[in-house]
Design a protein around this ligand. Structure first.
Ligand code: CO8
Length: 260
């Protein structure tokens, strides 16, 4: 993998897992434009890297991210913020093909919470706090919060979270289905890695097409989603992994997947 130098994030790999760590500790990992540019580059590098099968996105124990960088936004006007088209970067996060697990501790607020929800699975520490406090600074979520939170927790809970701006705890988020797993703070990253390693053993081509099909459930009608899923299902029958996986099952042995 080409090694790029970053100023606002750290990257590392462990087995077939690519790890991106948000790293602006003095501002609780506020998501500046520079940070988002670097984040997207790192995610796209891991997405292209054949040795990487799953990506983990994390922050520090104190904060995953406390939102978009308010300092950068405070003087924007409708026209100036529209012309900058910052969401083009956010859209590129959505287009990453490999699964992304958010490992979240501390604050995941505003754009931080939206970034978490753009990931595919969420492992939280017991200290994690999720919220959309934009209402407290006179705006609303802009990076998908009204859509993604509502689809996950339903209209009434989403209304309460977004209209009050109050944070919810990791356990509340778990009860609402926002979070996959909650672990003690010293274990949440290990828990995310364990989940990543489990998925990394599967056929990467099946994982990619499954992710693509699941995301379809969110952006069209149910019928469109079902048709899309079916197409990807049929397509997998031209892969060696499908043959190997089904044969291994019938021969009562462990499958070896190659991604072809
Ligand atoms: N942006 C910029 N700086 C921040 C942010 C932020 N979102 N959050 C914290 N900081 C800074 C603080 O200003 C402070 O800096 P300094 O030491 O220079 O004063 C430092 O981080 C530490 O923060 P606090 O002293 O406030 O720490 P506390 O432990 O007292 O409080 C909180 C922690 C509760 C998280 C508090 O910092 C807070 O409320 N932060 C703002 C949360 C918020 O409103 N987030 C939503 C922002 S709007 C948004 O995300 C819209 C997304 C739309 C996408 C836009 C793309 C262009």
């Amino acid at each position: 993998m080409m090694t790029l130098t970053y100023r606002n994030i750290l990257t590392s790999t462990e087995d077939q897992i690519g790890i991106v760590t948000l790293n602006r500790p003095t501002v609780l990992n506020a998501l500046s434009h520079d940070l988002m540019d670097e984040l997207v580059k790192a995610l796209e590098e891991f997405d292209k890297d054949e040795n990487i099968r799953v990506i983990i996105l994390t922050g520090s124990e104190r904060a995953f991210a406390a939102g978009a960088d308010i300092k950068e936004m405070s003087d924007e006007t409708t026209i100036s913020i529209m012309n900058k088209d910052r969401f083009a970067t956010w859209d590129r996060v959505r287009n990453i093909k490999k699964p992304i697990i958010a490992a979240v501790s501390g604050f995941a607020l505003g754009g931080g919470c939206e970034l978490v929800m753009t990931c595919d699975m969420i492992v939280a520490s017991e200290t994690a706090q999720f919220g959309q406090p934009e209402i407290n600074i006179g705006v609303i979520p802009g990076a998908g919060g009204t859509q993604r939170l509502t689809r996950v927790v339903g209209k009434h809970k989403a209304m309460e979270i977004i209209l009050t701006g109050r944070s919810i705890t990791a356990n509340e988020a778990h009860a609402m289905g926002l979070v996959n797993r909650v672990a003690p703070v010293e274990l949440y990253l290990d828990e995310a890695k364990a989940l990543a390693k489990e998925i990394a053993k599967k056929s990467p081509v099946a994982v990619k097409l499954a992710k693509e099909a699941i995301l379809k459930a969110f952006d069209g009608s149910l019928v469109e989603g079902l048709e899309f899923e079916r197409k990807n299902f049929y397509m997998l029958f031209s892969s060696e992994d499908q043959k190997e996986g089904m044969r291994a099952f019938l021969e009562k042995r462990q499958a070896t997947f190659t991604g072809r």
